[in-house]
Design a protein around this ligand. Sequence first.
Ligand code: TYD
Ligand code: MG
Length: 463
Amino acid sequence: MSKTRSVFECQACGFSSSKWLGRCPDCGEWNSFVEEKVAPLPPAGGKGPRQASLGLETGGRPHLFDEVDGAEADRIPSGIGEFDRVLGGGIVPGSMVLIGGEPGIGKSTLLLQVAHLLARMGGPVLYASGEESERQIKLRGERLGVKGGALYLMGETALERIVEQVDAIKPTALVIDSIQTIYSTRLSSAPGSISQVREVATQLLFLAKGRGLTTFLIGHVTKEGSLAGPKSLEHIVDTVLYFEGERQQHHRIVRAVKNRFGAISELGVFEMTGAGLAPVPNASALFLGERLEGAPGSAVTATMEGTRPMLVEVQALVSPTSFGNPRRMTIGLDANRTALLLAVLEKRVGLQLLGEDVYANVVGGLDVAEPAVDLGVAVAVTSSFRNRPVPPRTVVFGEVGLGGEVRAAGQAALRVREAVQMGFTRCVMPERNLPANGGAGGGIELCGVRTLEQALEAVFAEG
Ligand code: TYD
Ligand code: MG
C-alpha cells in the first residue's frame, strides 16, 4: 500500500523539509515554504504506464567508448540566421533549449517564428501554450506571416495531455510556452511552483531524450533577472538562451549562457518589427546608428561577442559632484572595472576625477564584459572630462592594466576589419596587436600604443 507523501518546499530555492518552516535554512527566504503532495511512483519492475509513455522501455547498458556513434547529428538550420548563430550553428535534433526573458520581450514571438519555419521545412511541430488560447496565437501568427506547414497549436496546461498529443501527432519539435504555466497531474501543487516546474521539466527531458524530440521551453525570469523556478532547470537543459536588454528598445539581443553543443557568449541581434523579430546581421550599424558625432564623452570601441566583432559606442558623462562622495554609475559595463579605470586615469594620467560624478553607459542595451573595451571607457571619460570630442572616424580598443599599460586583446585583426567595414579611418590599439607590416595599406591608420597616456595623446592629437 503506497500513500501520498507530503513535503514542504522552499519556493525560492527548492530546499525541502518534512515540516513547515518559517525561514528557509538554505537561502534565508521568509515564508517561502509550501506544502507539496507527491503521488507515489508506479511500482518498479513491470512497466508502469508512465515509463512506457516516456520511452524508457529500452534497457540501458554501457557501451565501449569506441563503439559509441560519435558522428555529430546534422544541425537543422532554423531559417533565422541570428537564432542559428546563438545555438552554435543550427538546431541540434533532440536537444532541449530553454529561452528566458522578461515578459513582453519577444519569447513567444521568436518561437512561433521558429516553429513555423521548422514545420514548413520538416515534420510536424507542436506549439503548446499555457498562456494564450489557440485563437490568440493564431492572431499573432497572422501578423508574423505564418501560413502552411504542419504547425499544430494547443492551448493546454496539463502536461499529460500534451504528452498524449505528442504521441498522436509525433512532432519533430515541441514548444512549451511557458514552463511556469504547465502542471503535471501527479502533483497537487500549483503550476509554477518549484516542484511542478522541476517535475514538468524532468518529464519533458525524458520525452526529448527518449524520442529525439527537439524541445524548446520558454521560461519567465524574476525581477532579479534569474529564471523563476528552480535553478536546477538550467542544469537540466542542453542550452540556455536569454533575452537581454530593454523591451522599450526596438532591438532585442539573445545570448547563449549555456550550450552543450557550441560556444557560449555567442549573440544574436534582432529587431522587433510589425511582422515579428527580424535578424540584424550588421549589429555595428545598429549600435552606431544614432551616434552624435563630435559630442564630447563618446568613444567607439571594438568588442568581440563570441566569434563576431562588434563596434559599440561607450558614453561617459563627467560632472562636478554635489555630494561628499562622488557618484560612479555604469550601465552595460562592469562597475568594479570602471572604478579601477578611473583610479588608473587619476594616478597615471593625472585626471582629477575625485570631485567628479562619473556616469558611463554602453549604447543600445548591450552588456560588454570584455577587458578590451577598457580603452574605450578611458577615452570616453577623458573626452567628457576635458570636454574634447573624439575624432568621429577613430576607434579604440585594448585592455588597460593598473600600471597604466595598454595590453593586447584577442582577435585584433577581426576588430580592425570590422572598423574598416564601418568606415573608420584610424584605430588606436595595443602596440603588441599591430600586424607585422605595421598595418600599412589596409585603408585604416593603425596607431600602436603601450600606455594609456600614449593612447590619449594619439586620440586627441588632432581635432
Ligand atoms: P511576446 O513574444 O508576446 O513576448 P513574451 O512572450 O516574451 O512575453 O512579445 C510581445 C511584444 O512584442 C509586444 O509588446 C508586442 C511586440 N510585437 C511586435 O512589436 N510585433 C509583432 O509582430 C509581434 C508579434 C509582437
Ligand atoms: Mg509569451
